[in-house]
Design a protein around this ligand. Structure first.
Ligand SMILES: Nc1ncnc2c1ncn2[C@@H]1O[C@H](COP(=O)(O)OP(=O)(O)OP(=O)(O)O)[C@@H](O)[C@H]1O
Ligand SMILES: [Mg+2]
Length: 421
C-alpha cells in the first residue's frame, strides 16, 4: 500500500467528484452559460435554460465553475438523484437553502412558498443580483409516476415570474442527458419555458488528451509519457467521449502500475480498460431481469462463436427461445427488451431498409462477449461456448486443405491424441 501511495503526489486530482482545478476547452459552452447569466444586467433573464448532453461532458462541472466566478450570482445546486421524487426535490432545495424539510402531507404548494421566501431572503441578505436554481440530473423526477413532474416544472417557472415581480431576478438551470423538451411536459409549460438550450457535445480525442495531461501533472507532479495518455484518450474517445471515464481509466491504470512498482505504460491502460469494462458489466448485468440477461447471453454467444458483430432481431429471438426453458416473451416484448438494453450502453442497434419489405433491425453487443458470458455463468460459458469454438476452429483448420501448414500440424496433433487414447 505504501508503494502505491508513493506513486502519487496528489491522488485527489483523480477524484471525479471534486471540482477540477482547471477547466479545459468548452469555451463555447462557457460563453453560452455566461451569456444567459449576464442578461441580468438588462434586468431581463429567461426563466429556464436546459443544459443537456451525454454523461461526463462537463455539464455539472461547468455550471458550478461559471457561477462561482460571477460574484453577483447566488447558486443553489441540487442533484435530484438524491431526491428521486418531486416532493423530495422540494425538500432538497429547502435544505440547500438552510431550511427544514417538510412532511409530504403539507403539500407541494406550501413547499414552493417556503422556497420562494427563502430565495427572497437569501438574495437580499447576501446582496446578490441573480439567483440560480440548478437542478442537476433533472430527468430523475420524470420517473416519479405518483408525483406530477410536469406540474412541478410549471410551478417553479411560475415562481420565477413571481420573484421577478418582487424585484428578485432568478433563473432555473435544468441539467440532464436529454433536452428538456423531449420529456413528458404539457403544452402550457412548453410555451412558457421557450427553447433556451445549451448542448454539450462529447469530448474529442484532443480535448480528452488535454484533460488527461492536466490531471496527470497535478496527480503525479510530473509529466507522463504522452504515448500512455494518448492511448487512454483514444480508448475513452472511441467508447464514449466522457471525461469522467477517461480520468477514471487513467487512475485505475496508475493504481495497477503502482502495485507492480512500475512506471505507467500502455499495457497498464489496456489492463485497466478491461478491468473497468468488467466492473461496469457486472453492475449492469446484476440489475437485469431474467429475460434481459438471457438476451445478453445469446448476443454474447453469437458474437463469440460467429465472429460477427451485427445480429438480426429474429435470429436473436430464435436462439433465445431455444435457451429458455419456460414460456418466452412475445416477439414485440422481446424487441422492447432489446431496445431497453440499448439504454444501458451495452447494446447498439442499426436499422436497415429492406426495400419493399420494410425495415429490419440488427443488434450489436458493445462489451467483450467473453466478459458477459463469464459474468452470467462462468462454468456454462467455458463448457458450452469456449469448447465449441475451440472444436470448430480445429475442424475448420482440418477442412482447410492439406497445403495449409496449420491443418497439417493439427492432423499430427490429432493422430498423437488418438494414439494416446
Ligand atoms: N472541461 C473539463 N476540464 C476538466 N475536467 C473536466 C472537464 N469536463 C469534465 N471534466 C471532469 O470530468 C468529470 C465529469 O464531468 P461532469 O460531472 O461535469 O459531467 P456531466 O456532464 O455532469 O456528466 P453526468 O451527465 O454523468 O452528470 C468531472 O470529474 C470533471 O472534473
Ligand atoms: Mg452531472
Amino acid at each position: 500500500m505504501e508503494k502505491e501511495k508513493k506513486a502519487f503526489l496528489k491522488k485527489s486530482a483523480f477524484d471525479t467528484s471534486n471540482q477540477p482545478l482547471k477547466i479545459i476547452s468548452r469555451t463555447n459552452e462557457i460563453e453560452k452559460i455566461v451569456g444567459y447569466i449576464l442578461d441580468y444586467t438588462q434586468q431581463q433573464v429567461v426563466p429556464l435554460v436546459s443544459i443537456y448532453g451525454r454523461s461526463g461532458t462537463g455539464k455539472s462541472t461547468l455550471v458550478r465553475h461559471v457561477c462561482k466566478h460571477i460574484p453577483e450570482v447566488k447558486l443553489c445546486f441540487v442533484n435530484l438523484r438524491k431526491a428521486k421524487t418531486v416532493f423530495g426535490t422540494i425538500n432538497l432545495i429547502l435544505n440547500e437553502l438552510d431550511q427544514p424539510s417538510l412532511a409530504s402531507a403539507q403539500g407541494m404548494n406550501l413547499g414552493l412558498e417556503k422556497i420562494r421566501e427563502a430565495i427572497l431572503n437569501v438574495t437580499k441578505l447576501e446582496e446578490k443580483k441573480l439567483f440560480i436554481l440548478a437542478l442537476d440530473e433533472f430527468d430523475v423526477i420524470f420517473y416519479d409516476k405518483r408525483g406530477n413532474p410536469s406540474d412541478f416544472v410549471y410551478k417553479i417557472v411560475e415562481m420565477q415570474a413571481e420573484l421577478k415581480s418582487k424585484g428578485c431576478l432568478a433563473m432555473i438551470f435544468t441539467i440532464s442527458n436529454n433536452v428538456l423538451s423531449d420529456y413528458d411536459l404539457d403544452d402550457r409549460i412548453r410555451s412558457r419555458i421557450g427553447n433556451s438550450e445549451i448542448f454539450f457535445k462529447p469530448y474529442s480525442k484532443e480535448e480528452t488528451l488535454k484533460i488527461l495531461q492536466q490531471r496527470s501533472e497535478e496527480a503525479f507532479g510530473k509529466k507522463i509519457d504522452n504515448k500512455v495518455l494518448e492511448e487512454c484518450a483514444k480508448i475513452s474517445f472511441l467508447e464514449h467521449g466522457d471525461a469522467r471515464r477517461a480520468v477514471d481509466l487513467l487512475r485505475v491504470s496508475a493504481e495497477i502500475a503502482a502495485k507492480e512498482n512500475k512506471e505507467i505504460s500502455v499495457e497498464h491502460i489496456k489492463a485497466a480498460s478491461k478491468q473497468l469494462q468488467k466492473d461496469r458489466a457486472e453492475e449492469v448485468i446484476s440489475s437485469l431481469s431474467h429475460h434481459s440477461m438471457l438476451i445478453c447471453l445469446v448476443l454474447a454467444v453469437k458474437t463469440y462463436l460467429l465472429d460477427q458483430k451485427l445480429h438480426s432481431t429474429m435470429s436473436i429471438y430464435e436462439k433465445y427461445k431455444q435457451y429458455l426453458q419456460s414460456e418466452p416473451v412475445s416477439y414485440r416484448r422481446f424487441f422492447e427488451l432489446l431496445k431497453d438494453l440499448e439504454n444501458t450502453g451495452f447494446v447498439n442497434s442499426n436499422t436497415r431498409s429492406k426495400g419493399q419489405k420494410g425495415y429490419s433491425s440488427e443488434f450489436q453487443l458493445l462489451v467483450d462477449p467473453q466478459i458477459v458470458g463469464e459474468i452470467i455463468d462462468k462454468e456454462w460459458w467455458k463448457k458450452n461456448v469456449v469448447k465449441q469454438k475451440d472444436s470448430t476452429d480445429k475442424a475448420d483448420l482440418a477442412a482447410a486443405g492439406s497445403n495449409d501448414p496449420y491443418s497439417q500440424l493439427y492432423r499430427k496433433i490429432r493422430k498423437q491424441e488418438k494414439k494416446q487414447l
